[in-house]
Ligand binder design. Sequence first.
Ligand SMILES: [Zn+2]
Length: 344
Amino acid sequence: MKKYVKELLFTIAGIFSESPSSFNRLRLLSGARVTVPFYHAISDKPIPHLKHIIPCKTTGQFRDEVEFFSKNFTFITIPELHDHLYNNAELPPNPMIITFDDGLREFYDNAIPILDEFHATAAVFVNSDFLDNRSLFYRHKASLLVEKILSVANREQVNILSNYFGYQMSPRQLIQKILSIDYLQRETLDHLALVMEIDFNAYLEATKPYLTSQNLEEIIKKGYFIGGHSIDHPEYKQLTVEQQIDQTVQSMNTIAARFPQPYRIFATPFLDAELSQQYFDAILPECVNISFGINGVKQDSVPLNIKRFNMEGEQYFHARRMLTAYYLVMVILKLFHLNKLQRD
Ligand SMILES: [Zn+2]
């Protein structure tokens, strides 16, 4: 059913997105204030630690999208957004800021040259533990394990890995199981890596998946913005409120101390829908000046938590079509008064 609705939505969005006037009309009707797309990495070749968890757009696809953004939106800076949120300053028509999560090196290597070309503004959100390639995100470990199972695992190894979970699995089931390992079970990935003879530290050393301090200093000099994205990317819904606050405050303080910028911005790892008012009261507006979530289609009861739109899907769609789909959902939710996200 979900798949059917999604397909229907993208089909309708495809029709609307063809015409610039329909796109503009829908955007207006949706009531979207600032459009904030988010990506993880842009790459022309498969990246082993992302391949099985996140679909990446190519540089050609991304270039097309930024060109489209530059023609249909006005890029704004974080200080402009801050001034709007705190002092009611007026924003230019159709404001946009592009964002990237997880502090991956592809932001520096592949996205910045394209963003530069179109004078686009962007922010990148960094996990304090992964910065400078000191450790590997547990989801990236899962992707590496799956990659190895697909490329080299024999039946015997699959059996050994399955035994770890206590029952026999087919390679396909094993892969599903590995991809479903959550933050609290993340040590399991290290045990499985031992069996598969994967050395995560050697991979970090050889590949350097994350941005370095030097990259970040250059990024700031170029006029881009850097924010926090928690210490080690937990699923906040698995943490107590105190642990959530601790993850945000500690990572934000690390980033702000090492890379001073005029404003402190933070993007919640994974979903932010279930975060409480108590959490936001603790972090806003001092520790975090502007928070970013991913609940793109709903109006948040926390005005300083800015919604964003995911630009990566299993199937490739141009940003024009994806934004049209989001605006369409916003219009429908608004019609049925379901567009408010109330925090308890
Ligand atoms: Zn993330």
